[in-house]
Design a protein around this ligand. Sequence first.
Ligand code: 5GP
Length: 120
Amino acid sequence: MVYDSGNIFAKILRGELSSSKVLENEYVLAFNDVFPKAPVHILVIPKGAYVDGGDFFKSATDIEVVAFTRAIATIVESHGLEKTGYRLISNAGVNGGQEVPHFHMHILGGKALGPMVSAH
Ligand code: 5GP
């Protein structure tokens, strides 16, 4: 699995593209999705170069994994999503419909999100 450092999120991490930041620390950046699919649509990415979930879950250091999951929890709490509910999605590869090959988690909320997978 080869990481393509020309991907959009790598450019955001390098400051070559701007983003609407929600949270940032040494290991994690979170920002609003530019094409939101729900009132809350935040992307959480590790600062390390990981292609997808399989890559991150297998190869990231313990501290990176903890920082990533805690960042999600912080955002869920700060956006008041615990009471109303929310959805976490991480697309991987062709069948997963992954568009940007830098591992990311979508946090979606703010409305009833409907079925998990569209039928077609
Ligand atoms: P994927 O399909 O890879 O799981 O999701 C990629 C997400 O990145 C999409 O929801 C898309 O709207 C979002 N996206 C693509 N380009 C940009 C960008 O330049 N800035 C931001 N903030 N989001 C982007």
